[in-house]
Ligand binder design. Structure first.
Ligand code: NDP
Length: 240
């Protein structure tokens, strides 16, 4: 039986690796993105994976978008909540807008995407929700009060919802990547990046495919006994 997976922010960065890995394992994959049409078109051209554009911070757009995805691809069995942004600033300089954008996308986006797929998963007695949190949600990070709050919230969301899904065959788990070589991290100044690498015991940034491997395990039938868990992949930088 071919399962259908939807990956938010699935056309580039970590999400791109997740989409490709799931497809290579035989899943029927669809991906969402926010605004980078050029990258999404190139991704579809390369992989054959359909992409859908909407903002995960907009609940109504999620309901509408998910209905379209399900109409074209069948019911969503696996939801990977990967879409995320950073708007870094030290707290004394952080604007309300920076706080709101990050909470609305990284935390409320998880509610907005999961809520519409949840009733169908309950009815069918199967589901996999995989939430991409962050190392910085586990340990906190200077300049990221907004991001660390949202990502810590993602873990709370995971643990609470796992309890509600357990009796219905739905698992809910989080993956906490450390620093991964994507545009998000490559955008920080080289000096800062070198300092970050100096704090990672394995001595390098992670690769998006290494996070995709965690997701692929959590999506599998074999992971049915694992729920409410937080899987850390951070090169040994932090143990929780
Ligand atoms: P990228 O910036 O490379 O890609 C982000 C993806 O999310 C893009 O596809 C983007 O769409 C999409 N996206 C952003 N905002 C929205 C929105 N409002 N609605 C819908 N889609 C949106 O990020 P990464 O691949 O680096 O990060 C992926 C996830 O992993 C994020 O949740 C991030 O917080 C988390 N993470 C990343 C780490 C890292 O080191 N890179 C470390 C720990 C966690 P578009 O292409 O249209 O812009």
């Amino acid at each position: 039986m071919q399962r259908t997976a939807l990956v938010t922010g699935g056309s580039r960065g970590i999400g791109e690796a997740i989409s490709k890995t799931l497809k290579s394992q035989g899943y029927n994959v669809a991906a969402t993105y926010a605004g980078n049409d050029e990258k999404a078109a190139a991704f579809t051209e390369e992989t054959g994976i359909k992409t859908y554009k909407w903002d995960v911070s907009d609940y109504d757009a999620c309901v509408e978008g998910i209905a379209k995805v399900e109409e074209e691809n069948g019911p969503i069995d696996i939801l990977v909540n990967n879409a995320g942004i950073t708007r870094d600033a030290p707290f004394h300089k952080m604007k309300l807008e920076q706080w709101k954008q990050v909470i609305d996308t990284n935390l409320s986006g998880m509610f907005n995407m999961t809520h519409p797929v949840w009733p169908g998963m309950r009815e069918r007695g199967f589901g996999r929700i995989i939430n991409i949190s962050s190392l910085n949600g586990q340990k906190g990070q200077f300049g990221q009060v907004n991001y660390s709050s949202a990502k810590a919230g993602d873990i709370g969301f995971t643990r609470a919802l796992a309890q509600e899904g357990a009796a219905k065959g739905i698992t809910v788990n989080a993956v906490c990547p450390g620093y991964i070589a994507t545009e998000m991290v490559m955008a920080v100044p080289e000096k800062v990046r070198e300092a970050i690498i100096g704090q990672i015991p394995v001595g390098r940034l992670g690769e998006p495919e290494e996070i995709a491997a965690c997701v692929s395990f959590l999506a599998s039938e074999e992971a049915g006994f694992m729920t409410g868990a937080t899987l850390s992949a951070n090169g040994g930088q932090f143990f929780s």
